[in-house]
Write a protein that binds this ligand. Structure first.
Ligand code: SF4
Ligand code: SF4
Length: 193
């Protein structure tokens, strides 16, 4: 079985993209430019791939001139999460995006482009064709985890009433599967849902 992200990517409806080019024109990363360059120097595949196509804007203001709504949206979301640090913030634009919003290396575009948006928790530009679908995916994941937690509580109550060893082994196996489901979404906050 693949990872949660692999499963998500396989079912993502690519036709929802209306090719506005905004996610190529102005992007940012959770790592600073300096951190990315340090990783690139260590031949980190993700950093090398990213810096091969994306060039940093000289300032946040320069990126704002290209797409103010997108830049402000990212900054506001980071502030809401308490993760905003202006000194580490860099926006980038792809050198392969054409004026008609099409990719000049589409057939050879890197994996990071093929996977964008790579999870339902990816920040996409306002109005991106994936927005609604990503929201539904996040909600579905949360519902699944909440149901798993309910099932876990029921199993714990059941265990208190039973002594049969075989039965308890089966319960433990089901509990294990349920805990795996919750763990699968851990990086997206499943323990708080
Ligand atoms: S911002 Fe969304 S709709 Fe626009 S090109 Fe990127 S993925 Fe497609
Ligand atoms: S390589 Fe193509 S798909 Fe990837 S960011 Fe650049 S223009 Fe967009």
């Amino acid at each position: 079985m693949g990872s949660y992200e692999d499963t998500y990517l396989a079912k993502r409806p690519q036709e929802l993209c209306h090719m506005c080019g905004r996610c190529c024109r102005v992007v940012t990363t959770s790592k600073s430019y300096e951190e990315l360059k340090a990783l690139q120097a260590q031949n980190d595949i993700g950093a090398c791939e990213f810096l091969k196509i994306f060039e940093p804007y000289p300032s946040i203001e320069a990126a704002r001139k290209v797409d103010k709504e997108l830049v402000d949206n990212v900054i506001n979301l980071l502030k809401e999460d308490g993760n905003y640090d202006e000194s580490k913030m860099t926006f980038y634009g792809c050198k392969y995006l054409q004026d008609d919003n099409l990719c000049s290396i589409y057939e050879e575009r890197p994996v990071l482009c093929r996977h964008c948006p790579s999870t339902p928790w990816s920040i996409v530009p306002p109005g991106c064709g994936f927005e609604g679908w990503l929201f539904m995916e996040r909600e579905n994941a949360k519902q699944k985890v909440r149901k798993a937690k309910e099932d876990l509580l029921e199993l714990q109550l059941l265990k208190q009433k039973k002594t049969d060893e075989e039965f308890l082994k089966k319960v433990a196996s089901v509990e294990h599967k349920i805990l795996n489901t919750i763990e699968l979404y851990k990086k997206y906050g499943s323990y708080d849902w």
